[in-house]
Design a protein around this ligand. Structure first.
Ligand code: 26V
Length: 817
């Protein structure tokens, strides 16, 4: 039977209007005259979908036919941001849609504002995954992103008396027009039970006898490439109870128990864990990880490999492990190959090793995931056996190479014995992966030399670097239309898919007219930001201020406290009369940061930022020249407004702690100058933009190491620096807590007597760098010149380039024709 070709609606304003009204009437069941904003938003989104649908189906057909090698990106998080504008841009429908809505008498901005962003990630790692799938679609590389459809994403942050209060993020309350549920494609995922051996015609085999199951229901989302007619798929899994599970209990007559079973199953995809640095070893989180990974592998084998020879798997797929969260996929694939497909262990291992690659996103020892053997054995008994076998074989190889070096064996074992017997997921990933990469040059080097040196020695050539990147479609074109227009006027189109072409802007830095236009764009972006901040938080922003921005998760290693000490130092210098307010460069400090709900110190720092803000903003002696704003609930949507408006980007982590950072790249590409340490991708940004266009401060990573080794005493730094002492004393005095000294005492004493992230050691260097910033900002022309050079020289940080690096060095997946 010949299928009718799927075609989109006519690409004209009329065609768009007709399809929009059709969707409003037939899909939403309302006439235009009685439609709500949400109805109209849905109908608009569905209309955009309709245009992309033919492309999507065509790509799926082509992939079924030509069987190319594709990337399965396995990630527990995708921090997507709003979809409407992105999909309008990718499909080239922006102008038609705007005009069509105007013809219907509708303000398209109202519908934009209606969309709740899917916050299915914590921060950098989840946003990176979203940038990567955008780039793969834009580069026509076959890809499925696999993950979890959390019913509740990252919590919504509010402040009560300056303190963080978390609210559930019910992003699905009004539904989402972007998802396509496929209950018929559900996969059954097993848990618990025990293992046994059995005789299979003379061969002894192992098998898993699970204790319970859940159904994983896939929801598909379009991932359109930018103006290239490609649409890839993001497939997120949602958990529901299996019929069998219900039925067994139901037949026993216990209705309430049956309902409880349902709830239990659905819990698995209920909520995103909001901790992004200290794994809690929670059972539900391991359930989440295995749930999405088992469903994804099973889905790939059923829908893509089909009846083809399992031995060809490495020619068809590479599973990229986004941190250790999906690493349980390694024993899962082994289990499928050995227990279900009856391959020999060695043959299965050869296939498995080729099918995985692992990206590490951290250096903090406490962030490296381990699962207790006890928990793993209860939840996934067969996987634990498989991990033991992988480890035994691996350690045999180590012994063969290095002899009975027990120290080395213990250091390299996938199983650690202390403080309890557990599985080191990063080691498992390293042993299994065809490649292991860090996310910036410095990070990859430290990974090789400090975190996994034995593995680097044992597996020469396995370790590599792929520096992170960001998608210029969302973070330049959509977030900064003014700058985008200016760039296109200067160097033509093409830069959005070939970001190195921004180099052509270098000569424009010397052009006074261009500098004036660039300055005007920045000023307009600040006005745009002010509108948003006024509307969402009632903030009034002063004109003529330098905008100094620090937005990222709240973590001690990122050192928001250093920023606070700078503000308090300036404030103290004015209120003590040592400096005239009039002599201070007016600055507005913007913070955006969520703290993990259980991270007490991080929450206390949020409280302090708000407290300092209340005092500083209200003190007439400051004459409005310092302003501290902390809009709650920083997310992708707010980032898109804040970043294009920023003058100064704060990237001030302790050297050696921030794996890469990606905010740093977004700011530089939007014409902010960076004040930063030699950490993560800052190192590469500074190399590219040049020392004159970057405010470097602080210890280098080796200096950090040396100071630790010498025995770091933060109190010595406090004693030695008058400014630092005055700032700390002011906080300790209760000046920001109505005289109550106890409120921020834990912060002060932590800095004085512990200070793991060496805030005090870098303070004086930071203050000096800030003075250089003030001086530089006073010369508007020179500042703008530097800002333009930041844009011109940061094309390297496109996620398209990251994808090219992964493809060339790790995946070997050519684009489809
Ligand atoms: C870790 C954990 C630990 C277990 C609990 C839940 C959870 C959730 C997320 C994470 C990820 C931590 C690692 C991470 O986000 N790294 C960040 O990755 C960015 C993208 O590579 C990079 O730019 C940041 O520097 C790095 O901190």
């Amino acid at each position: 039977l010949a299928l009718a070709p799927v075609t989109g609606p006519a690409s004209s304003v009329d065609g768009f209007v007709r399809q929009f009204l059709r969707n409003l009437n037939y899909e939403r069941g309302v006439p235009l005259s009685a439609s709500s904003v949400n109805d109209r938003y849905f109908a608009l989104a569905m209309t955009v979908r309709d245009y992309l649908m033919a492309r999507w189906l065509e790509d799926l057909r082509r992939q079924r036919e030509t069987k190319p090698k594709g990337v399965c990106y396995l990630s527990a998080e995708y921090l997507l941001g709003r979809q409407l504008d992105n999909n309008l841009l990718a499909s080239g429908l922006g102008e038609i849609a705007t005009e069509a809505m105007a013809q219907c008498g509708i303000d398209i901005d109202e519908m934009r504002a209606q969309e709740v962003e899917p916050g299915l990630g914590n921060g950098g790692l989840g946003r990176l995954a979203a940038c990567f799938i955008d780039s793969l679609a834009t580069m026509s590389v076959p890809n499925v992103g696999y993950g979890i459809r959390y019913e509740y994403g990252i919590f919504r942050q509010t402040f009560v008396d300056g303190q963080q209060v978390e609210q559930p993020d019910a992003w699905l309350t009004l539904g989402s027009p972007w998802e396509f549920p496929h209950p018929e494609g559900a996969r059954k995922v097993a848990f618990g039970g025990h293992t046994e051996t059995y005789d299979d015609g003379g061969v002894t085999r192992s098998r898993w006898v699970p204790g319970w199951h859940v159904q994983a229901v896939p929801y598909n989302y379009m991932v359109p490439g930018y103006l290239n007619g490609r649409v890839n798929t993001l497939r997120l899994w949602s958990a529901v109870a299996t019929d069998a599970f219900d039925l067994r209990i139901f037949n026993s007559g216990d209705y309430e128990e049956a309902v409880r079973a349902q709830t239990f199953a659905e819990n698995i995809s209920k909520v995103l864990y909001p901790e992004d640095s200290t794994p809690q070893g929670k059972e539900l989180r391991l359930q989440q990880q295995y749930f999405f990974v088992a469903a994804s592998i099973s889905d790939f084998l059923a829908t893509t490999l089909g009846d083809d020879d399992i031995a060809t798997l490495p020619d068809r797929v590479i599973f990229q492990l986004n941190d250790t969260h999906p690493v349980i996929a390694v024993p899962e694939l082994m289990r499928v190959l050995v227990d279900e497909r009856h391959l020999e262990w060695d043959a299965a291992w050869e296939i498995t090793k080729q099918c995985f690659a692992y990206t590490c996103h951290t250096l903090l020892p406490e962030a490296l995931e381990v699962w207790s053997v006890d928990l793993l054995g209860r939840l996934l008994p067969r996987h634990l056996e498989i991990i033991y076998r992988i480890n035994d074989d691996f350690l045999d190889e180590v012994r063969e190479r290095f002899g009975d070096d027990e120290m080395r064996i213990r250091n390299m074992s996938i199983i650690s014995e202390f403080p309890e017997r557990s599985v080191r997921m990063a080691y498992l990933a390293t042993v299994a992966g065809s490649k292991v990469n860090g996310v910036a040059e410095l990070h990859s080097q430290l990974l090789r030399d400090k975190v996994l040196p034995d593995f680097n020695e044992f597996f020469p050539g396995k370790f590599t670097n792929v520096t992170n990147g960001i998608t210029p479609r969302r973070f330049v074109r959509l977030a900064n239309p003014g700058l985008s227009e200016l760039i296109t006027e200067a160097i033509g189109t093409g830069w959005l898919t070939d970001l190195e072409r921004l180099r052509e802007l270098e000569s424009y830095a010397e052009n006074p007219d261009f500098r004036a236009a660039f300055g005007e764009v920045k000023a307009a972006n600040k006005r745009r930001l002010n509108e948003v901040l006024f509307e969402r938080d009632g903030f009034e922003v002063s004109d003529g201020h330098m905008l100094d921005v620090m937005v990222k998760r709240l973590h001690e290693y990122k050192r928001q406290m250093l920023k606070v000490l700078h503000i308090v130092t300036q404030y103290e210098s004015i209120t003590s009369g040592r400096v005239e307010a009039a002599d201070i460069q007016p600055r507005t400090f913007i913070f955006g940061a969520k703290a993990a709900p259980g991270y007490a110190m991080a929450k206390r720092i949020i409280h302090l930022v708000n407290a300092v803000g209340s005092v500083v903003n209200a003190d007439p002696r400051v004459e409005g020249r310092l302003k501290v704003l902390f809009p709650p609930n920083y997310n992708v949507t707010l980032a898109e407004r804040v970043i294009p408006a920023a003058d100064l980007s704060e990237q001030i982590s302790l050297a050696g702690k921030e794996a890469s950072g990606t905010g740093n790249m977004k700011f530089a590409l939007n014409g902010a100058l960076t004040i930063g340490t030699d950490d993560g991708a800052n190192v590469e940004i500074r190399e590219l933009v040049g020392d004159d266009n970057f405010f470097l401060f602080g210890m280098s990573e080796p200096q950090v190491e040396d100071l630790w080794a010498a025995g770091y005493k933060p109190a010595d730094f406090y004693q030695a620096d008058d400014n630092l002492r005055r700032a700390m004393d002011l906080i300790a005095s209760g000046a920001f807590s109505d005289g109550d000294k106890s409120v921020f005492e834990p912060i002060v004493s932590n800095l004085l007597y512990d200070d793991r992230f060496m805030v005090l050691a870098d303070y004086s260097s930071y203050i000096a760098a800030q003075a250089r910033v003030d001086a530089a900002y006073a010369d508007t022309d020179a500042w703008t010149r530097s800002a333009i050079l930041n844009v011109a020289r940061c094309g390297f940080f496109s996620s398209d380039r990251s994808m090219r690096d992964y493809i060339d060095r790790i995946w070997h997946t050519p684009p489809m024709l």
